[in-house]
Ligand binder design. Structure first.
Ligand SMILES: *[C@@H]1O[C@H](CO)[C@@H](O)[C@H](O)[C@H]1NC(C)=O
Ligand SMILES: *[C@@H]1O[C@H](CO)[C@@H](O)[C@H](O)[C@H]1NC(C)=O
Length: 272
């Protein structure tokens, strides 16, 4: 999935909000304390060409749309912007080019995500940037098509993308994901953390696993290195659900891809 691309960061539940369709009255109950911290609301440009057409829009409409997305206190006023790290694969709606078609190839001008990232930052210097691969080029994949053929090489490939953002566009990537809606590899997550630190990207934090469940929280409970490697647990379409281990993990819990379920928004933000 990845078509709609709005994701709500559910770190949250500041308050219970009870509302009914058509009613304007909301009961705010903080008697149980302040609850979890609300991180913000973001959007995704990824899943293969979901923003492909925007770059070709005429002005001023193109800038107007970008303003509605990113300008603070204006339209959507997004707090986080997540983009696909192109992987030369069909990643839902199309294909986004990798920055490394081969091990010896590097190019940080391909595709339109670099442009989107800059347009976001231009409008809101505080917006958080988040990169996530939907797929990986063939040279990184093993016989089962998993990108763990050589885990340090895959980690280095991702670090190069983060470094490319800094060197070519002066963009700091705040968050980095593992592999969209695909099986994660714990050794890879730990290796990525080490590779980031070694390359001087200690401030780029890992969000994992961008899968449809919270199972990683159970593994984190038994694995301190894994827990330390992960900043936020990102689950897709969790609706109002999480788990005890997720809640007890001490981590931010994000709906790292989601949309509003049903018509009753208030009902749907009473979560976690
Ligand atoms: C992670 O990848 C390595 C290398 O391919 C493999 O040996 C290991 O079993 C994988 N671990 C998981 C949990 O998939
Ligand atoms: C974590 O450890 C507990 C206690 O040893 C065990 O019952 C549980 O199955 C383990 N969970 C995982 C995901 O390994």
């Amino acid at each position: 999935m990845a078509m709609i691309l709005y994701f709500v960061l559910l770190s949250s539940l500041l308050y219970n909000i009870n509302g009914n369709d058509g009613a304007n009255t909301y009961t705010i109950d903080d008697s149980v304390g302040y609850g979890r911290t609300f991180t913000g609301i973001g959007a995704i440009s990824g899943g293969g060409a979901t923003s492909k057409l925007l770059v070709n829009y005429p002005e001023p409409q193109r800038s107007e749309i970008l303003d509605y997305l990113f300008k603070p206190n204006f339209g959507a006023s997004l707090d986080i912007f997540k983009v696909e790290i192109g992987g030369d694969v069909q990643s839902t709606d199309g294909t986004e080019a990798s920055h490394m078609h081969y091990g010896w190839d590097e190019d940080y001008t391909r595709g339109y995500e670099w442009w989107m990232l800059q347009e976001a930052k231009k409008r809101n210097s505080d917006i958080k940037l988040y990169g996530l691969p939907w797929g990986f080029p063939g040279w990184l994949r093993d016989d089962n098509d998993l990108p763990w053929k050589n885990i340090p090489t895959t980690a280095d490939y991702i670090v190069k993308w983060i470094n490319g953002a800094k060197v070519h566009y002066n963009l700091n990537i705040d968050y980095i994901g593992v592999w969209n809606e695909s099986p994660y590899n714990i050794t890879y997550i730990k290796t990525l953390r080490k590779s980031l630190d070694k390359a001087g990207f200690g401030n780029t934090l890992i969000v994992a696993p961008d899968e449809f469940h919270w199972v990683i929280a159970d593994q984190m409970a038994n694995d301190t290195e894994l827990a330390n490697a992960i900043y936020a647990i990102g689950s897709h379409y969790p609706k109002t659900q999480s788990t005890t281990n997720a809640k007890n993990s001490g981590k931010s819990l994000w709906a790292s891809e989601d949309f509003v379920w049903g018509r009753n928004l208030a009902e749907n933000i009473t979560i976690l």
